[in-house]
Design a protein around this ligand. Structure first.
Ligand SMILES: CCCCCCCCCCC/C=C/C(=O)SCCNC(=O)CCNC(=O)[C@H](O)C(C)(C)COP(=O)(O)OP(=O)(O)OC[C@H]1O[C@@H](n2cnc3c(N)ncnc32)[C@H](O)[C@@H]1OP(=O)(O)O
Ligand SMILES: Cc1cc2nc3c(=O)[nH]c(=O)nc-3n(C[C@H](O)[C@H](O)[C@H](O)COP(=O)(O)OP(=O)(O)OC[C@H]3O[C@@H](n4cnc5c(N)ncnc54)[C@H](O)[C@@H]3O)c2cc1C
Length: 670
């Protein structure tokens, strides 16, 4: 499909494509998940790429106001096309994805609607979702405040029940209780799910969700008692500045009692607080849902950066043979390969673990519906941990891809600065990554203590049940080839994760209290959580390889990428593996040797492996990552679009530059 977008011009990467040893079409299916997924993604990507309203090539040159207006235009046009073409939910989501411009619609669909679905009663869902699905109202998720984000229980906004009028009084008692950050709140949303402390009969019952109308549906002005605005410009050009993240203060704003989301708890007409027989953590359900989707976003962002860096690396040449022969493609430098190919492997690894996580989330949701809450803690740990590890790795990798592309990677036209700026906050939103890893660690400490008392762990912690073996086993690896064995790889990851968790648990037990021990050991706990999450990713990649994978050579390439993903982690975290006694220094060296061989095997397939992501040039938005590899023409063309080039002599010449030059000239003549 990218070829269609490319229109049959010279293919500077044809030589690279000719060396591929696998069926790219088959790999597209493996990446997307099914033939259907490839086809629907293609259709939606082409629909966006061919529509002039969705152009984004000058986005980084727009002022904030122009960018915001452009986002409103694109969102309205996308909705118009959705209705005209009768797009399904799947198609409409993909359309939004390929437009590739953060905006209020993301919060509306990804958080406002799911919050009502998860926390509203059937009656509330019927009323509010009917309007939300038709865009008669636009919603956001207003949880974070100026003073508190991570600590949800520390939020200060109050919702005080007034039985005399059957209303809640929504109020921001302090400056720090101002809602701060919600996307779309600043200028667009008409409604929000607002999280506030529920107070009734003089008692504070903690945080609950409330549906509030914020703006008039006639003229969009804020309703009485509501002060609302945008929180200001954010990191980078273009990027997340298309989103109107907002600030809101509430001054005793009254809402009807039935606008409290009442699936988890209710307040009766008399003001009695009644809690349903469901765990109170379901209040956090929307975050669990979104964290799961963020893992898929991370793999997409990472794969875009890798696609740009690989294609450019095949075009860019530096230095040559001593005899004055042709220059070397930078992708052929072993240092480039050892920096870049682990990212290529990670993109595939995150994609597959994201597909598994989606399955897990669906499974847990079905269980919750039948009042089985047993898998909730694991779902929380998996979504929190995978969101954290994949977004941190992705942000770091995009930054490194910029460096891998040298100076040109620093240009906005490379697409990398904006990609970095848009994805960096994923390390913070939906839960700061360290805070989330500490949640995983808490879950692991509980599991270790359950194992100690004889309980058999299940799901992603099942390996901990094999404690006798994993605490003392020695890796069987003896040759470079032994590192091709998935069982050998899995065993060292399991042993490392378990030993790190058990070490933490033992050290915590020596502290004066559990809480003090947890706090003192939190840096180690974070590392133990990362080890556990990396084990999940490696395991899910290995399991993926056990599935039926069609297409010539596809499985073989994926086996190599799986090997690279696992072995580069062993190389990177060798300290963990050595200090826990899971591998010896010699085995570590063998892993590194194996890694070098795998890089060499992947090299002829690198361009085809990024082609399999199936991105249009529009979506990639990069002069360096173009499908046809015509990088230099594209860079040259893009440069002339810059507003600075609208005039040959710049604005300000007469005012500042000319007088300076004249003055200096005069002085030199004295
Ligand atoms: C087309 C392209 C579209 C792209 C769209 C992208 C869209 C992205 C838009 C992103 C916009 C961003 C939105 C936001 O950021 S919304 C705000 C998000 N905020 C957070 O994530 C806050 C993080 N903080 C928390 O989640 C909690 O405060 C925290 C878990 C850290 C602590 O909770 P608490 O104070 O209650 O304390 P405990 O640690 O004591 O936990 C108590 C028990 O509850 C369990 N728990 C905690 N969280 C959950 C959960 N989510 N699910 C289930 N269980 C949970 C915890 O493990 C404890 O259990 P135990 O007592 O058994 O140990
Ligand atoms: C682009 C963007 C969009 C957002 N959109 C929304 C939205 O739509 N709706 C919404 O409600 N919110 C939104 N947020 C807010 C977001 O959810 C919070 O920023 C996030 O939860 C982190 O909270 P914080 O900012 O309070 O960070 P803090 O908690 O103040 O973190 C500061 C530092 O302290 C560390 N830290 C905090 N607690 C601990 C601890 N217990 N142990 C160790 N270290 C700790 C963190 O690791 C971090 O390094 C958005 C944020 C961003 C950046």
């Amino acid at each position: 499909m990218a070829a269609a977008d490319w229109g049959g011009k010279a293919d500077h990467l044809a030589g690279e494509r000719a060396t591929a040893q696998f069926d790219v079409d088959g790999m597209k299916v493996a990446w997307a998940g099914s033939r259907h997924a490839v086809e629907v993604a293609d259709r939606m990507a082409c629909l966006v790429a061919s529509d002039p309203v969705f152009r984004k090539d000058t986005r980084t040159m727009l002022s904030r106001k122009e960018l915001f207006k452009d986002t409103l235009k694109k969102a309205a046009h996308a909705w118009k096309r959705t209705v005209e073409l009768h797009l399904t939910e799947e198609e409409a989501n993909l359309l939004r994805l390929y437009i590739d411009q953060p905006g209020y619609v993301d919060l509306h669909w990804v958080m406002f609607v799911p919050a009502i679905k998860g926390q509203g009663t059937e009656e509330q869902q019927k009323k509010w979702l009917t309007m939300a699905y038709k865009f008669q109202i636009i919603g956001t998720y207003a949880q974070t405040e100026l003073g508190h984000g991570s600590n949800v229980q520390g939020l200060e906004t109050t919702a005080t029940f007034d039985p005399s009028t059957d209303e809640f009084i929504m109020h921001s008692p302090t400056l720090t209780s101002s809602k701060w950050w919600p996307g779309g709140l600043g200028k667009t949303s008409t409604h929000a799910v607002v999280y506030a402390r529920l107070i009734t009969e003089g008692k504070d019952y903690g945080i609950h969700g409330f549906i509030m109308q914020l703006r008039s549906l006639d003229d969009h002005s804020p309703l009485p008692g509501i002060t609302i605005g945008d929180i200001g410009g954010k990191f980078g050009s273009g990027a997340y500045n298309s989103m109107d993240n907002g600030v809101m203060r509430l001054d005793h704003v009254r809402i009807p009692r039935d606008q409290m989301l009442m699936r988890l708890a209710q307040v009766t007409r008399e003001g009695k607080y009644v809690h349903s027989d469901v765990p109170k953590q379901l209040l956090y359900g929307t975050m669990v849902y979104v964290r799961q989707t963020i893992v898929a976003d991370a793999s997409r962002a990472l794969s875009r950066a890798v696609c740009i860096a690989v294609r450019y690396g095949a075009i860019r040449k530096q230095f040559g043979s001593k005899a004055g022969g042709p220059e070397t493609q930078v992708l052929n430098y072993k240092t480039q390969q050892s920096r870049l190919f682990p990212f290529l492997a990670s993109a595939y690894a995150f994609r597959f673990v994201g597909q598994w996580l989606k399955w897990l989330y669906t499974d847990v949701t079905q269980k919750l519906e039948s009042k089985d809450f047993s898998t909730l803690p694991e779902a929380h740990a998996c979504t929190a941990g995978l969101k954290s590890v994949t977004t941190s790795a992705t942000a770091d990798a995009i930054e490194e891809c910029q460096k891998l592309c040298g100076g040109h990677g620093y240009l906005n036209s490379s697409g990398l600065p904006e990609l970095f700026a848009v994805n960096l906050p994923a390390c913070t939103y939906e839960g700061d990554n360290v805070v989330l890893l500490l949640q995983v660690a808490r879950f692991l400490m509980k599991t270790v203590s359950q194992v100690a008392s004889g309980k058999q762990p299940v799901g992603t912690t099942a390996y901990m049940g094999n404690i006798q073996h994993l605490m003392q086993c020695k890796s069987v690896v003896n040759t470079v080839e032994d590192w091709l064995n998935p069982a050998a790889i899995k065993e060292v990851f399991e042993a490392r994760a378990l030993r790190m968790a058990v070490n933490c648990a033992q050290n915590i037990s020596k502290a004066p209290s559990q809480e003090e021990g947890f706090s003192e050991l939190s840096p180690d706990l974070v590392e133990a959580a990362v080890a556990h999450v990396q084990l999940i990713i490696v395991t899910k990649f290995i399991e993926k390889l056990q599935e039926d994978i069609l297409g010539h050579g596809v499985k073989e390439q994926l086996q190599k990428l799986c090997g690279i993903y696992a072995l580069h982690l062993i190389h990177k975290h060798l300290g963990d593996f050595l200090s826990t006694g899971c591998v010896t220094a010699r085995q570590g060296s063998l892993a590194n040797e194996r890694l070098g061989k795998l890089y060499a095997q992947v090299r002829p397939n690198a361009v085809a492996l990024v082609d399999a992501f199936d991105y249009t040039d529009h979506y990639l938005g990069s002069a360096l990552g173009r499908y046809d590899g015509d990088v230099y023409s594209a860079l040259y063309k893009e440069a002339w679009k810059d507003p600075l080039n609208e005039t040959v002599v710049p604005d300000g010449y007469q005012e500042h530059l000319r007088p300076l030059l004249k003055q200096q000239l005069k002085l030199s003549r004295l």
